[in-house]
Design a binder for this molecule. Structure first.
Ligand code: PLP
Length: 445
């Protein structure tokens, strides 16, 4: 990895958030190489490390490594840095909370933030319901349980669904990613390497074809599991790790009808697609479908470890002590979440929709004549570019890194762009320019 250094054409000095791409060493640089060589000696070999990036600091959409190279971040800490890296309002909220109360345990005690965040998320779910325009027979409102991560929130959703329905079976979809603990992993079906040597997993989990409603009735209900035994159908309304795939609208409306017909809970895993990423607070809003349980994490607290399940009051029937968490809903993470939601509501959902559409248009235009690119798809800041082979997708992802643009692969042969929602039109233009140039130069090799 010793490509000639390339310098950006925009600002290369001043505060990091206002700087532009500036690659001043071969990548990885000498300090990064030395630090990484040392670190990997004691880190778990299960970590992936998609490229040899040793981050020193980050601000807004910019990331600086330990050698002074500055990257434009279009992966946002795997879609967590919704408000941009170290947004001043989020940092201020974290600092203020850390000076007053770092931890006391929300499962056993009360503190103001826990209730405030639950109230806020419940109100957002009510707004989702009102916006969907579907009259619900259930007006009991919504309640919230807080966790430390997306995986734990998925676990909580599984447990709640089993507890509430008294049924054991679960349905998820091929291509879906729901986390890596044994329950969540049982639902995950995006890559077999995540499951290899970890079985047997949760009995009673079944997978159908994402986007194909008929596969549930044809493959599952008719042959392997009665719908009366199914507690929950768990689905990402837009597939994340599995390739940033937007399903047809009637897939999700059809799932809603199937769940209503058979008394199954519909669980939307919006760990990746939620919190403004698709230009609306929740991806569900694009489809006019209201789930029974909404699973959130990642962008919820701008990268602080926090997850949540939001479920109807009439569904949250588990009694005191049946589920809890020592650190889930930690006050500092909650402060970050409240500041994050405020920013999303004030400006960032709108700007995600606007600048995301701009970025998609620039990519479509720039890549139109690229034979290696099969599709540019997405909603706002959740953008997938499908390549004709896995090798090309990997080469372009690595090439982007070498040119100062951070992106991630997903699916079988795609690249995802999931920038901070603070991305400016100018940064979108620069990201598209680097991405298109990388594709052209990869194609020419
Ligand atoms: N669900 C979805 C849709 C995800 O994308 C992820 C992580 O990528 C998870 C669940 C697991 O979340 P976490 O890594 O926070 O445990």
């Amino acid at each position: 990895m010793t490509e000639a250094p390339q310098r950006g054409t925009m600002r290369t000095d001043g505060p990091l958030a206002a700087r532009s791409v500036s690659i001043v060493t071969a990548l990885p640089g000498p300090r990064a190489r030395e630090m990484i060589d040392r670190a990997v000696q004691s880190e778990s070999p299960s970590l992936i490390h998609v490229y040899p990036l040793m981050v020193k600091q980050a601000a807004g959409c910019m990331v600086e490594d330990v050698d002074g190279n500055v990257f434009l971040d279009c992966q946002a800490g795997v879609a967590t840095a919704a408000t941009g890296h170290c947004h001043p309002e989020v940092v201020a909220a974290i600092k203020a909370q850390a000076e007053n109360l770092i931890h006391i345990c929300g499962t056993d005690f009360h503190y103001p933030g826990y209730g405030a965040l639950c109230e806020k998320l419940a109100a957002l779910a009510t707004r989702l319901e009102e916006g969907a325009g579907v009259a619900s027979a259930d007006s009991s409102g919504w309640q919230v349980f807080l966790t430390n991560s997306g995986t734990e929130a998925v676990e909580a959703a599984i447990k709640l669904a089993r507890h509430h329905t008294g049924r054991a079976h679960l349905i998820a979809f091929r291509g879906g990613f729901h986390g890596r603990s044994l329950g969540a992993l049982s639902l995950t079906a995006s890559k077999s390497k995540y499951r290899k040597h970890f079985g047997p997993l949760l009995p009673g989990t079944h997978h159908a074809e994402f986007g194909d409603l008929s596969s549930l009735e044809r493959e599952l209900f008719a042959r392997t599991v009665s719908p009366d035994d199914v507690a929950a159908i768990v689905v990402e309304p837009v597939l994340g790790e599995g390739g940033y795939v937007i399903p047809p609208r009637d897939f999700l409306t059809g799932l809603r009808s199937l769940c209503d017909k058979h008394g199954i809970l519909l669980v939307f895993d919006e760990v990746q697609s939620g919190m403004g990423r698709t230009g609306k607070m929740f991806a569900a809003e694009h489809f006019g479908v209201v789930p029974d349980v909404l699973v959130l994490a990642k962008g919820l607290a701008s990268g602080m470890p926090l997850g949540a399940i939001v479920a109807r009051r009439s569904t949250m029937t588990w009694p005191a002590g049946s589920h809890g968490s020592t650190c889930g809903g930690n006050p500092v993470c909650i402060a970050a979440a409240l500041a994050t939601i405020d920013l999303l509501e004030r400006e960032l959902c709108d700007s995600s929709a606007r600048v995301g559409a701009h970025l998609i248009a620039l990519l479509r235009e720039g890549l139109a004549d690229q034979p290696m690119v099969e599709e540019v798809r997405g909603l706002a800041m959740m953008i997938g570019v499908e390549f004709s082979s896995k090798e090309l997708a990997s080469a372009v992802a690595q090439g982007c890194y070498q040119r100062g643009l951070l992106v991630l692969e997903c699916g079988d042969r795609a690249i995802r762009l999931s920038p901070p929602l603070t991305l400016t039109p100018e940064q979108a233009r620069h990201a598209a320019e680097i991405f298109v140039r990388t594709c052209r130069e990869t194609h020419a090799q």
